[in-house]
Design a protein around this ligand. Structure first.
Ligand SMILES: Cc1cc2nc3c(=O)[nH]c(=O)nc-3n(C[C@H](O)[C@H](O)[C@H](O)COP(=O)(O)OP(=O)(O)OC[C@H]3O[C@@H](n4cnc5c(N)ncnc54)[C@H](O)[C@@H]3O)c2cc1C
Length: 307
């Protein structure tokens, strides 16, 4: 691995950190050191990095805000790539739609910045996602959604990099967005996307966002590190309600706790480990299945040490 790392470190215009604790890059604040964290500073540097990674046959993943993942506790022989410095632009498109507008967002930009940009430009459509901590790439990969709608609702196309390094644009109609999925293959990299938005005065949009954030603060345990909802809602039911009815609110394994405020959230009450969180997830699945016969499906992505 060492000679491989040296090759990757020699690529110009890539910020490299060796043995970087992933706890610093996940909202759960959990995760041991990853062999290499790479942040290309340009699209060109990203492509050069990926060419070398492919040549060397090194496993890699893209990490956004790390808000829907559980990273392993142990040293992880992996290259983690973040796009924050390479694909972070927000550009209004010259195409004007009836009253609204088109915006192009780089995958490494923060979703919150994109929403702010839309509001400043009197554009509606994405403000319902306010409060989802994500990069644009992560929000697209997961098809982030709230009761107000999904990111796919105003999507025009996504720019992707295939596993063989070829770049292509995929229109909304060619995608199969669903509940926490955009139907994009694991080995594809989202570079950016174009959104078509309606027109709405910024005053109204700001009020909407304020109301949504107030609701989130009231119902979600935002005081502690977490990854948001752990399980998808089964058809016609709420995962949180099932977990609560099973008497699991406040149940703990070490510092990992089923939130007393929202039972579909696990919070890190201090020094929770991935192992403790996984144990708590499995216990919850078994108890809910044993009590109601419902198999909970995980929303959180558990990153594995072996790939
Ligand atoms: C407090 C809190 C509230 C939340 N509320 C919501 C909510 O209301 N609705 C909701 O849907 N989710 C919610 N989530 C979950 C999470 O924020 C979303 O799933 C978000 O879309 C993840 O984005 P991310 O950038 O953090 O992706 P990450 O967690 O970093 O990655 C998630 C997956 O996407 C892949 N990925 C990331 N970027 C790219 C890319 N550029 N190309 C290819 N693959 C990529 C990663 O490899 C990984 O498999 C919440 C989480 C928290 C902590």
């Amino acid at each position: 691995m060492n000679s491989t790392l040296r090759v990757l470190e020699s690529i110009p215009d890539v910020e490299i950190r060796r043995d970087e604790p992933l706890a610093r890059h996940t909202t759960f604040r959990v995760g041991g050191p990853v062999r290499l964290l790479a942040r290309p500073r340009s699209e060109r540097a990203l492509f050069a990095l990926l060419d070398s990674i492919r040549e060397l046959g090194v496993p890699f993943i893209i990490l956004g805000e790390g808000s829907n993942v559980l990273a392993p506790d142990e040293v992880w022989d992996m290259v983690v790539i973040q796009l924050h410095l390479a694909c972070n632009g927000l550009l209004p498109d010259s195409r004007k739609t009836q009253g609204g507008g088109v915006v192009y967002a780089g995958a490494g930009a923060k979703l919150a910045e994109l929403i702010r940009f839309c509001i400043e430009n009197d554009l509606e459509g994405l403000e319902g996602l306010a409060g989802v901590p994500a990069t644009v790439g992560g929000a697209l990969f997961m098809n982030a959604s709230t009761f107000s709608g999904a990111i796919s609702d105003c999507l025009v196309h996504i720019d992707l990099l295939d596993c063989d390094g070829s770049k292509r644009s995929v229109g909304r109609q060619q995608l199969s967005p669903g509940y926490r999925t955009m139907g994009i293959a694991e080995n594809c990299i989202i570079l950016g996307a174009c959104f078509e938005l309606g027109a709405c005065p910024k005053r109204v949009l700001k009020e909407r966002v304020e109301t949504l954030l107030k609701k989130r603060r009231k119902s979600q345990p935002l005081r502690y590190p977490s990854a948001g909802s752990i399980f998808k809602n089964p058809a016609g039911q709420f995962a949180g309600a099932l977990i609560e009815k099973a008497g699991l609110k406040g149940y703990r394994v070490g510092d990992a706790e089923i939130s007393k405020k929202h039972a579909n959230w696990i919070v890190n009450r201090g020094k929770a480990t991935a192992k403790e969180i996984v144990e708590l997830i499995e216990k919850t699945e078994n108890i809910v299945y044993g009590t109601f016969g419902v198999r909970l499906e995980r929303e959180i992505r558990i990153l594995k040490t072996a790939v």
